[in-house]
Structure formats: C-alpha cells, structure tokens
Ligand binder design. Structure first.
Ligand code: 6CS
Ligand code: FE
Length: 324
C-alpha cells in the first residue's frame, strides 16, 4: 500500500509499510502448533509422542534417554574411511555448486558457502548414507513408522569465520513455512570433522522438546532467503529462552568425526561461530514419518522450494552399508 504517490516530475519519498498477513482465526484455533500468528510469544506443552515402542538397534535405555532429553549422541558410528569419502563429497559439492534441484546458501557476511541442501537428490553417496541401516533403522525405531527425507544439507562452518546458528526449534519453521503437521520427525547430524569447544559444536537444551514456543511476528515474504543465513523470525525471545532454561541446561555433544547426534524436531538447538583454524563440517538428514506428509504452510505464504522441504513422500528402503 502506497501512502503517498509521487506527482509527475516531483521527487517524493514513498513509504511502503509491511503488510500484515494473518491466518484466519478458525485455522489458528484448530492448529495446536500455530506460531507467528500474534505479536505475543507463548510456551505450550507438546502434544505428540516423542518415541515409539517399535523394535530396532537402540536399547531400551537409549530410547528412554532420547525420549527424556530429546536427543541421543552416538559416538563413532562411522569409520574414518567412510568419513574420508563423505567429507571429500562435501568439498566437491561446495566447489561445484549444484544449481539444479538443490540450494546453496552463503554465509551472512561473506560469499563463503554456509550450506548445500537436497543432498539426497544430488549425491548418490549421501543418498546411500541416509538409507544406511545405522541411521535409518534408528530413525524408524524412534519415529515408529516408515520414514522419508524431508530435508538434507551439509553445514560447512568455515574456519575462523563460520557464523552461528541462533537458538531455534526446527519444527517451528517446518510447521509454519512448510506445513509439517505434527512432531513426527527427527534430524540426524553426522560429524564429518571433529566437533570440539572451539569450532561451534551443536548445542541443545535437554528436555526442551517437550515444550513448544509459539513465536511472535509475521513471516516475511521469501523469508528463507534470509533465515538460512541468519534467522530472525521463528526464533525465541531471550525471555522465552530463559523460561525454557529454568531447571534445564545447555549441552554440546562433542566427539570425533563419524559421531552422530539424533535429535527431535522440536529440540531447542543452536551453535556458536567457528573461531578455530579448520572448518566444522556437519551433515544433516531429516527423517519424517510417512504419516506426517506436508500440508499447506501454516502461514499465508507459498510453500518453500522443494530443496528445503520435500513434498513427495518416498519411503526409504534400508540399504546395507557399502560405503567404505
Ligand atoms: O529452515 C530450515 O529448515 C532450518 N534452518 C534454519 C536456520 N532454521 C530452521 C530450520 O532448522
Ligand atoms: Fe536447526
């Protein structure tokens, strides 16, 4: 909406106020996880189960811990030989920026590559990795159904300059911007380099997955073009985070390349910048239940591109490891 229209030949400043786009009050009321629908934030309990009772490679204790903390650290799941190949592939992808069916995101303050998305479509090696029993069987066991890849990416976090990821719940974005209906998804992060205190390891708040923070604000148009570099909408306020941290703490699983973290889609997480002299490279795959297919976004914006959120459900079949 233009507030003033310049007359011919006259230079007049125009003011274009942001247009407030709101979902109808009926759809807000019907959506247990609505967010960015008001100028107030709110913390509400999760209503979906975190784990299933399906069988699989995880012990009862491991499943219990994942249910309790919202994540599980599995050190040294992949061998150094496997990691050498996976890291070489990551370097190749960053150097030959794939343009078709994938996305490349740059660091907020430079042209260095921050992330490459849709690995399961652009790399046969990564497609096989995500179908590897060590990841897939654990994901299926925790989620309790067949799964498909909602999103996959590599985060490079370049040496000395790789920037932080603010605290966020992935589910908040996937729900609002992609239309993921319920909390039936998890991420696995595979360390392609060692994660240590100097290179911005993944940090999590154990127990935070049980609470959902409805964020304030309205999703801007093409929000993803900004949010993947530095996220400003769909992130909790300091007050909300402080409330979440009452009786909870921050942890950072650290370990050798080949270690993995499985974490719930609603676990509050983030990471600091990398001030160390070597890159911190992490692969991510997001497994979503085939029963949790994406709907229309829960905001009045078009869905994000497919390289950020797969809209076709293709259940993954287990493939025996053939990576070394
Ligand atoms: O946009 C996404 O899908 C993911 N990336 C960021 C920076 N935040 C939300 C989610 O984890
Ligand atoms: Fe995230």
């Amino acid at each position: 909406m233009r507030l003033s229209v310049p007359e011919a030949g006259k230079r007049v400043a125009t003011i274009t106020p942001p247009v407030k786009v709101e979902m109808s009050s009926t759809s807000v009321a019907a959506d247990p996880y609505h967010s960015r629908t008001s100028d107030q934030w709110e913390i509400v309990p999760r209503i979906d189960p975190v784990v299933s009772d399906a069988s699989g490679p995880l012990t009862t204790d491991e499943v219990w811990n994942y249910g309790h903390d919202g994540f599980l650290f599995v050190p040294n799941l992949f061998s150094q030989d496997e990691i050498d190949g996976l890291l070489a592939e990551a370097t190749l992808l960053a150097d030959n920026c794939p343009s078709r069916n994938s996305g490349i995101v740059r660091e907020p303050d430079s042209d260095e590559v921050r992330s490459v998305f849709r690995l399961h479509q652009v790399s046969e090696l990564y497609r096989k990795l995500f179908a590897d029993e060590r990841l897939l069987a654990r994901a299926r066991q925790l989620i309790g159904t067949d799964v498909y890849i909602h999103q996959s990416r590599v985060n490079y976090k370049p040496a000395m300059s790789g920037q932080e990821f603010s605290w966020h719940s992935d589910f908040e974005t996937w729900h609002v911007e992609d239309g993921m209906p319920r909390m039936r998804a998890l991420s696995v992060s595979v360390f392609l380099t060692e994660s240590h205190e100097f290179n911005g390891p993944l940090m999590l708040i154990p127990g935070s997955h049980e609470m959902y923070i409805r964020c304030a604000g309205v999703t801007p148009e093409k929000h993803f073009e900004q949010s993947l570099r530095r996220q400003e909408y769909g992130v909790p306020t300091k007050e909300a985070l402080n409330q979440l941290l009452e009786g909870r703490e921050i942890v950072a699983p650290k370990g050798a390349a080949g270690s993995t973290v499985f974490f719930d889609c609603n676990a509050m997480h983030g990471s600091n910048g990398n001030l160390s002299p070597t890159p911190r490279v992490n692969l991510f795959a997001v497994y979503n239940s085939i029963e949790n297919k994406l709907a229309d976004p829960f905001c009045d914006r078009p869905p994000r591109p497919d390289y950020l959120a797969e809209r076709t459900v293709i259940p993954i079949e287990c493939e025996r490891p053939s990576m070394a």
